[in-house]
Design a protein around this ligand. Structure first.
Ligand code: AMP
Ligand code: ZN
Length: 136
């Protein structure tokens, strides 16, 4: 896609600090990392988000994400690694080219996880599970 910043990185039109590349995927350092070594993995093809990525591409992504998590952990001496993917604006997606975040974490690094809240009732929890199951 012409105007997409990540497509431009794939085409070599803007620079990126690449850490992994194969025929289908590219991984590079995020320019505003939550910690140094925060990596983004993208499919080279332009898909807007998770929903559009073909199953075949997702099957290839799994082992690469695992490999990158270990590369990031070892390369930064991280004490943990978060995986993330923001899909759609409501979920914080800023760049509309699907990407996986691989983020090194350290004790007391100043970042929190989101805060969970218990369901108000078991009935509501059961109903929501039913609604989700109905969309398989
Ligand atoms: P998201 O909110 O999941 O869409 O995250 C987009 C991420 O892309 C942010 O963490 C940005 O720092 C990162 N980003 C945007 N432009 C670039 C770029 N040119 N090179 C590397 N990372 C980028
Ligand atoms: Zn793109």
């Amino acid at each position: 896609m012409t105007d997409c910043v990540f497509c431009k990185i794939v085409r070599g039109e803007i620079p990126a600090e690449k850490v992994y590349e194969d025929d289908n995927f590219l991984a590079f350092l995020d320019i505003t990392p939550i910690n140094p070594g925060h990596v983004l993995l993208i499919p080279k093809e332009h898909y807007e988000n998770l929903y559009n990525i073909p199953d075949e591409t997702m099957q290839k992504a799994g082992p690469i994400i695992k490999k990158l998590a270990l590369m990031v952990k070892k390369g930064t001496d991280a004490e943990g690694v978060n995986l993330g993917m923001n899909n759609e604006k409501a979920a914080g997606q800023l760049v509309p080219h699907a990407h996986f975040h691989i983020m090194p974490r350290f004790f007391n690094d100043g970042h929190e996880l989101w805060h969970g809240l218990p369901y108000p009732s078991e009935e509501l929890m059961r109903q929501i599970a039913e609604k989700i199951k109905n969309n398989i």
